[in-house]
Design a protein around this ligand. Structure first.
Ligand code: ADP
Length: 848
């Protein structure tokens, strides 16, 4: 073959193959297409099925999820419930109060620790019955069953559970604890038991119950909260109404309605308002008597929350005791008054005759007597005076003891008072040859407001002691002062003596009652030992203080300090202006100094000499001297001799003698050489007055004298005195005075005499028959025309307090206590001597 044919063959074969391939491809394609169709439907089916499966799976899965969540939740809820219960019981366990649950058959379901503690247990099997538990309490003696025995108590405890509500119960455990059982039924019939620990409250309450008083508590709305048994017992009839919540007012009204408060009868509303106001004020207390006679003291106090706690005390017994005490006190007071009255009467009875004894003895001494008679008369007088001092001391002391001494402040002249006291003691001092001196600060006021009578007593004690315990030398009373607050003056009064002195160990002792220095040397002096005790008490009553300073053998200084209000300043003592240069002659330095101090403020220059000889020499040298003041008794040359010598030497200036014994001076030969004799110590005002009188110019009195027609009349003095002896004593005391004296034997006669006699001064005895001195004085005051006022001085033997007041109330100006002293009478006469009448003082000195 050829190639071409082979080629052609091959080409044909190839073409045939290609066609076959084409054919086959087509067929395959068709088949493929079919397959593809089929496959698609198949796969669609599969997809569908898968979807179904997936959905199913999904649903299954979701169901499963839900399921497990439900289970979880259940699980959790379960755990929580368990936990909550545990927590609950844990919490319940922690509380101090007990908590227990019983089922309806009273079997224990559960209890906390506190509840179980009550049974002395920490655990308790559930299921135990309430009754068994109570048995346990009783059997183990854990609880006090009070008045009931065990079984009865258990029965009562169980019985109460039937109540609705169940009444609560307070249990007292033998351990001392207190529990309040509060029990309730649940809806399901369980029993819940609460055991509240009230030990603390019960302690407080036990204390409140133990109070002897009734206790009650109200809230801020005044409603009753609580009270103790005693409150109930105190008002037994109202006890039923004492329920918590009731108002205070209602309680009061209940009481009123029952007529429990007799004092409120007829004024119930008023009483109620007062009582409520008192409660609201929550202070003070009221006392009321109940209808059964009991006395109740009621008081309320505010509580912090605005409530009121009230206390009621039955004070019946107390009042009975008080009444008994009062009665006893009244009886004691009556007895004391009787004693005082007895003392007053006795003093009256003793003083009246003593007045006669002392006064007459004094007068007797002034007559010419043999030495022996004089001794007897003197003894009578001094014994009488000693007796008087003792009576006065005992009387005073008993009054001070009974605190019956009342001070009677009035304006008085202190300087004059000291002077008067000194003058009264002058006779004793003179007899011993001791000098009595007063040094009253010239710049100090003399008028003060105080009790002059009591001060006089103090001064008499101190100066009297000083004179008594001094045998030679001097007794000096010195007053200095300084102004303290609001114009008052603090005064220092000292009494200095040169007597026997007191040992330091006795200084405190002597101020005690009846205390004296027990020594040989001391005991020659009489006394009761009461003087200083009285002095101290009196000064302390006046707000002052007493002291003493002493050197045994050298002397003593007794002093007191007092603050007094100065009185209305009186016209100052007019200084004698006429003199320029005065010579003071005295052997004692202190006397010279005092005179100098009194003269210098008047513009008088003072030169001092110690003796008559020295004075005469000085007068020769010093022509300027225009006044000589000399002491009476001086060693070597006395004052009278000095005056006589001066006159002999041609000196003409006035010579004034200061003498402790003016009468003696006056009787001395050569007394005519003197221009004036002054009682020593001289009162400053008196010294000035006498010095002024020495100057030639007529004094202020002159015009008055000129107006008064005729010669000066005598002072008219009326003395009302029923006792003849006393009349005689009085008469003798004023003997030699230029006065007209009339006596009236009783008050009525005194009033009549007053009408006809028109006296310048009336001395009025208090106890007189018919009409006593007080009545007479009152009658005179009533009859007096306006502006007229006759001075009336009472003479009383009564030294008791209270008398004074009655006396002064009757219109009497002042009073003197019997027995009378001549000095006092003379001082009173001098003080009231009217202008134009003959002066009493000058004559008095003559009489002395
Ligand atoms: P009486 O003087 O009545 O004894 P007092 O109470 O006045 O009582 O005084 C008590 C005592 O104090 C006196 O007894 C005396 O021992 C002593 N006494 C008082 N004053 C003085 C004085 N001035 N000097 C010495 N002793 C005094």
């Amino acid at each position: 073959m050829d190639l071409t044919e082979r080629l052609a063959k091959e080409r044909r074969a190839r073409l045939a193959a290609e066609r076959l391939l084409e054919q086959r491809t087509r067929e395959l394609f068709t088949a493929n297409e079919k397959l593809a169709l089929h496959a698609r439907s198949l796969s669609e089916q599969i997809v569908e099925q898968r979807e179904v499966v997936r959905t199913a799976q999904h649903e299954a899965a979701s169901l499963k999820g839900q399921n497990s969540r439900v289970l979880d939740a259940l699980d959790r809820a379960n755990t929580q419930a368990v936990m909550a219960e545990r927590r609950l019981w844990d919490s319940i366990d922690t509380i101090r109060d007990g908590f227990a649950v019983f089922d309806s058959k009273l079997a224990l379901v559960s209890a906390n620790r506190s509840w179980l503690d009550g049974f002395g247990r920490t655990g308790m099997p559930p299921g135990l019955s309430y009754g068994t538990l109570l048995h346990m309490l009783v059997d183990r003696q854990l609880v006090q069953t009070g008045s009931l025995d065990g079984p009865d108590w258990i029965a009562r405890m169980i019985g109460r559970l039937d109540g609705d509500p169940i009444p609560s119960e307070t249990l007292e455990f033998t351990s001392g604890a207190w529990v309040r059982l509060v029990e309730r039924r649940t809806q399901g019939g369980d029993l819940v038991s609460l055991a509240i620990d009230i030990t603390e409250q019960m302690r407080i309450w036990a204390a409140i119950e133990a109070l002897p008083d009734a206790f009650v508590l109200f809230d801020r709305e005044e409603r009753l909260l609580a009270f103790n048994q005693r409150y109930r017992d105190m008002f037994p009839d109202s006890a039923a109404g004492m329920v918590p919540g009731i108002s205070f007012e209602q309680l009061l009204r209940d009481g009123l309605n029952r007529g429990h408060v007799p004092e409120a009868q007829g004024r119930e509303e008023e009483w109620l308002a007062e009582r409520l106001a008192q409660m609201r004020a929550a202070k003070g207390h009221s006392i009321c008597q109940l209808s059964d006679g009991r006395w109740i003291m009621e008081q309320e106090h505010a509580t912090p929350d605005g409530g009121r706690v009230g206390l009621r005390s039955d004070i019946t017994q107390l009042r009975e005791q008080q009444a008994a005490l009062d009665a006893a006190r009244r009886a004691a007071e009556a007895a004391s008054r009787a004693k005082s009255a007895f003392l007053a009467n006795m003093s009256h009875e003793i003083r009246t005759p003593l007045n006669g004894v002392v006064g007459m003895a004094e007068l007797l001494c002034d007559t010419s007597l043999t030495d022996e008679q004089r001794l007897f008369a003197d003894t009578i007088r001094s014994s009488g005076e000693a007796l008087l001092v003792i009576i006065n001391d005992i009387l005073d002391y008993s009054k001070l003891e009974a605190e019956r001494v009342t001070l009677r402040p009035e304006p008085f002249d202190l300087e004059r008072t000291i002077h008067e006291v000194t003058m009264l003691l002058q006779p004793q001092a003179r007899a011993k040859g001791i000098d009595l001196t007063i040094d009253y600060d010239v710049f100090l006021p003399t008028l003060f407001v105080g009790d002059p009578g009591r001060l006089r007593q103090v001064l008499t004690n101190l100066i009297g002691n000083a004179v008594k315990f001094t045998d030679q030398g001097h007794v000096l009373t010195r007053v200095v002062g300084m102004e303290v607050e609001d114009g008052r003056q603090q005064l220092h009064v000292t009494v200095e003596d040169t007597g026997i002195g007191i040992a330091p160990e006795h200084l405190d002792h002597i101020f005690g009652e009846f205390n004296q220095v027990e020594e040989e040397r001391n005991r020659k002096y009489e006394g009761t030992g009461l003087g200083l005790a009285i002095t101290r008490r009196l000064i302390e009553r006046m707000g002052g203080a007493v002291w003493v300073d002493s050197d045994k053998g050298t002397g003593s200084v007794f002093g007191f300090r007092l603050t007094l209000q100065p009185g209305e300043p009186a016209a100052p003592a007019q200084p004698p202006a006429a003199f320029r240069r005065a010579l003071v002659v005295d052997d004692r330095f202190i006397n010279r100094t005092i005179l100098e101090r009194q003269l210098v403020p008047c513009g008088v220059e003072v030169v001092q000499c110690r003796s008559g000889a020295e004075a005469l020499a000085l007068l020769d040298r010093d022509p300027g001297i225009d006044l000589v003041l000399t002491d009476h008794e001086m060693p070597e040359m006395d004052g009278v001799t000095l005056a006589v010598r001066m006159r002999a030497a041609g000196f003409t200036m006035p010579v004034v003698l200061l003498s402790a014994h003016p009468a003696a001076a006056r009787e001395r030969e050569g007394a005519a050489a003197l221009d004036a004799i002054l009682q020593k110590p001289a009162l400053r005002a008196e010294l000035y007055r006498r010095l002024r009188a020495l100057t030639a110019e007529p004094e202020a009195e002159a015009p008055v004298a000129a107006v008064t027609a005729g010669p000066p009349r005598r002072m008219r003095v009326l003395a009302a005195e029923d006792n003849k002896t006393n009349q005689l004593v009085f008469q003798k005391m004023v003997r030699g005075l230029e006065i007209d004296l009339r006596f009236a034997a009783n008050g009525r006669a005194a009033v009549e005499e007053w009408h006809s006699f028109r006296p310048d001064l009336v001395f009025m005895d208090i106890s007189m028959p018919e009409m006593d001195g007080k009545e007479a004085a009152a009658a005179i005051r009533k009859a007096e025309t306006a502006g007229a006022h006759v001075p009336i001085i009472a003479l009383t033997a009564h030294a008791m307090d209270g008398d004074g007041e009655a006396i002064l109330a009757a219109g009497i100006d002042r009073y003197l206590t019997k027995p009378l002293r001549r000095g006092e009478i003379l001082a009173a006469l001098a003080e009231h001597c009217p202008e134009g009448a003959l002066p009493v003082t000058a004559a008095a000195e003559d009489a002395a």
